[in-house]
Write a protein that binds this ligand. Structure first.
Ligand SMILES: C[S@@+](CC[C@H](N)C(=O)[O-])C[C@H]1O[C@@H](n2cnc3c(N)ncnc32)[C@H](O)[C@@H]1O
Length: 326
């Protein structure tokens, strides 16, 4: 008999996740400063890869920060923005369009775009699909590139989701993603621990080594992982919570207590967070895990490999490694 508590992360409620993001969809863009920055970082990394792309999936596309970049970068590809929340995809609509002069090729469009901007029409450049990352409505081996920016932290069964990504990727197709690591929101987690030690109030995030292992188990080759740390600073602890709510990142644990949280307990948490003030500001740490891997069984051999069969390297080393693969 399997122990349902064996995987500490196997307890996210997908229905809650969908509801939270749908509710937050109108306020998402304004608060999602980090998500936008990280989407830019993913785009920078894509600039270092050479991969033939006909069909691309951006999974957990949200309001389309990364999809918009993909449209600009891969102007001839079929791009699909996939999200569990229909409302997020509705917000993405303006970004999924691209100014084009009707009936003309892309190179010409770009020239005309500059001179005749006002006469251009909007054409849908990416297709929005309301679907779950665990069940992609695509055929086996039909996709060249999968991107996913800050969605995987909402998937408690990484093995299943990576297997699904692997299923749809063609041989030598590329998966490039970001997710959050365990240090993310460590100040808020600590504050809650002091105020309410028996209950979990902040989602848990998987360590990058475990993510790398899950990629290998799903049949990916050459996984490369690294971590980038960001600290957002706020005037008040309550602002951290407001921002999290505005982007839909509210706690989605199935075991979460249903009762109303006492005001005293909430205030104790705010006080505990306040005690972590540094240089007159309230910090909120984000550990962003960047990863990419290829849909091939070949696994990277080399000096940086550790026991968990994936490598860790800096962005500089990453670009060197990608150049070598060209
Ligand atoms: C933090 S947002 C990131 C959105 C976007 N990638 C960005 O960078 O702004 C996470 C998104 O993942 C979506 N999501 C969560 N779980 C999902 C799943 N199982 N399948 C598809 N989308 C999912 C949410 O609805 C939300 O839009």
């Amino acid at each position: 008999m399997t122990d349902p508590t064996a995987n500490p992360l196997a307890k996210l409620n997908r229905q809650h996740i969908k509801q939270h993001f749908s509710h937050a969809a109108p306020s998402y863009d304004e608060a999602a400063v980090l998500q936008k920055t990280v989407a830019d970082r993913v785009d920078e990394r894509l600039s270092l890869t050479t991969i033939e792309t006909h069909t691309i999936l951006d999974i957990g596309a949200g309001t389309g920060f990364l999809t918009e970049k993909l449209i600009a970068r891969y102007s001839n590809a079929n791009i699909f923005a996939i999200d569990l929340s229909f409302s997020m995809l509705q917000q993405a609509q303006p970004r999924l369009k691209q100014a084009r002069f009707p009936q003309l090729g892309n190179a010409l469009n770009q020239t005309l775009n500059k001179t005749l901007g006002q006469t251009l029409t909007q054409k849908t450049a990416a297709t929005a699909i309301n679907a779950d990352a665990y069940q992609l409505p695509f055929a086996d081996q039909s996709i060249d590139l999968i991107t996913s920016n800050l969605m995987l932290q909402w998937c408690d069964d990484l093995d299943a989701v990576f297997q699904e990504f692997r299923r749809v990727l063609r041989p030598e197709g590329l998966l490039m993603f970001t997710t959050f690591g365990p240090d993310t929101l460590k100040e808020l987690r600590q504050a809650w621990k002091e105020a309410d030690p028996k209950q979990e109030h902040v989602n848990q995030f998987i360590d990058m080594h475990d993510i790398g292992d899950a990629l290998i188990r799903a049949g990916f080759g050459q996984p490369v992982m690294d971590v980038e740390r960001f600290t957002l600073i706020y005037d008040q602890p309550i602002k951290v919570l407001k921002d999290l709510k505005a982007i839909g990142a509210t706690h989605a644990n199935k075991n979460r207590g249903q009762g109303l949280m006492g005001k005293t307990r909430f205030q104790t948490m705010l006080n505990a967070y306040e005690a972590q003030r540094q240089n007159k500001k309230i910090p909120a740490t984000y550990e962003v895990v960047h990863g990419h891997a290829w849909a091939s069984s070949e696994q990277l051999k080399g000096p940086n490999r550790n026991k968990s069969r994936h490598i860790e390297l800096s962005l500089e080393a990453f670009s060197q490694q990608v150049k070598r693969q060209k």
